[in-house]
Design a protein around this ligand. Sequence first.
Ligand code: LLP
Length: 393
Amino acid sequence: MFSPAHIARFNELETPFYYYDLNLLQQTLNACKDAAAEHDYHVHYALKANFNPKVLQAVQATGFGADCVSGNEVLAAVDHGFDKRKIVFAGVGKSDREINAALDADIFCFNVESVQELEVINGLAGAKSKTARVAIRINPNVDAHTHHYITTGLEENKFGINTWQLHDVVSTLKTCPNLEFTGIHFHVGSQITDLDVFKNLCIRVNELHEWFDRQQLPVKVLNVGGGLGVDYYNPDTNTVADFKNYFKIFKDNLLIKAGQEVHFELGRVLVAQCASLISRVLYVKNGQKKNFLVLDAGMTELIRPMLYQAYHHLENISKQDIDQAVTVNYDVVGPICESTDCFRTDVAMPESFRGNLIAIRTAGAYGEVMASGYNLRNRVQSVYWGQQELQGI
Ligand code: LLP
């Protein structure tokens, strides 16, 4: 994965930084685009996974739409040239200011998460003499079998409208003159690796689709959300996801009628493998019970291990000759004043020394975007490996 040219360049740079392989990003985007095109599926990229400008440029140029969860994400999508007719705005707590910004931007549609929100959007659109296109985000009560912090489609979750409230939705839609119903929206969770979850989702979508037909509210768009997971354990062998297989599940299980569109909101699977967080060993602490590698990156740069107990593959990339190295078990920790600031415990690694470069792999999704300034840390930098050269910092 990392050539001697990478290491030589990394050694000249100040760590920590996010390293982006833009070639791999493009390869992944192309694979998704080609697989979706086979079924005429529409892909909206979930900006929340990574809104680094170079990532957004690549995604926009591939022709995907944008799935946004804040007014600022809507504006970022517009600024990066995403087609307004392909921008959707989801989120359980859209403020009036954000709704107004999205109305002004004339986006394709709001994914609405409550009856009250429908009424608010209707009022704000009316004040601008506009019609807002809305899709109803339904909580399908489908278990995503993923970490409970990133499960969104169960009745105990705050997201979406529960099915017993759908009669209210229909009567509200029928009495709100400034709303145009476009369809139904679902998202059951993230980092889903059990593909049966998507099959179960299709079964629920089919039932609810039929229910809306019976209410004489024609569904134009079926938006099945995102959530496809990546292989954090094998970043080099399982680099680009099997998009064909993923879309085939929907082809085989989702009932669609002539003229209807199927939309996806993929985030993680498009960007996770294209980036690593590159850090350096600051100190090696050998204790009686534990050995610690203290890195110069911590939870302020990548919080996933601390927040979701997420696995990220760790590599000492200064040690190219790993077979001959002595192996030591380390707790690999960051510099932040929190005991939870630990990437992994008891990980067998080649014996490591101050100054060695450690790559924390599969960090392109929910990495840089979730960085914080806690402990008044510097904002994490990014570098890019493009067609020929490493740029950035
Ligand atoms: N659509 C909606 C409505 C969402 O809430 C999400 C993610 C997506 C699409 C994109 O899901 P993806 O394809 O990326 O799985 N920070 C967590 C993940 C939070 C996901 C939030 N919603 C993590 O680091 O694992």
